[in-house]
Design a protein around this ligand. Sequence first.
Ligand SMILES: NC(=O)c1ccc[n+]([C@@H]2O[C@H](COP(=O)([O-])OP(=O)(O)OC[C@H]3O[C@@H](n4cnc5c(N)ncnc54)[C@H](OP(=O)(O)O)[C@@H]3O)[C@@H](O)[C@H]2O)c1
Length: 161
Amino acid sequence: MITAIAAVSQNWGIGKDNDLLFNIPEDKKFFRRTTLNHTVIMGRKTLESLPNGKPFKDRNNIVLSRNKSFSCEGTEVCGNVEEVLKLAEKYEEVFVVGGGQIYETMLPYCGKAIITNVNASPEADVFFPNLDKDESWELTERSEEYDFEGLKYSFCTYVKK
Ligand SMILES: NC(=O)c1ccc[n+]([C@@H]2O[C@H](COP(=O)([O-])OP(=O)(O)OC[C@H]3O[C@@H](n4cnc5c(N)ncnc54)[C@H](OP(=O)(O)O)[C@@H]3O)[C@@H](O)[C@H]2O)c1
């Protein structure tokens, strides 16, 4: 099963200037706990936005890039979606971890989306497809609302119908 995981604003914004919109420690821990020892798929830009451009520790990192000469230690690079899907078959739990281009491209292959819904609307230049407006997705779980320095957020699970 392939699952998308993202933190989104009220209007499903996920990033600005190749950086995240939010820095919520409990959300970072949740992301780590959920993806630890599993496989993550990300776009080349998201990889470059990580601290020192390094992949996630203790996870199999798959990076999508059309640049045939791109490589990065600790990652497997795929040049297209077909290659990613073939590679993903080898792994039991696979998470699509961004960014905007990769969520959009990989969502048709995802059965589940784990969304941290943040009740704020900072300016964004990259978005996650709005699952509340997509009839093929259903919200099945919403956690209680948490607060970090005035930012209200909850963890939601969407399942493809
Ligand atoms: N809120 C969240 O949960 C979250 C999570 C992750 C990222 N983000 C944010 O998202 C933003 C980055 O997203 P983005 O949309 O700009 O970039 P991205 O999706 O991370 O990466 C885009 C790159 O992926 C490669 N790519 C895209 N489609 C491909 C395909 N079909 N086949 C092969 N390679 C493909 C291309 O790399 P090449 O140019 O090398 O060919 C492309 O430039 C940042 O602001 C980041 O902070 C937010």
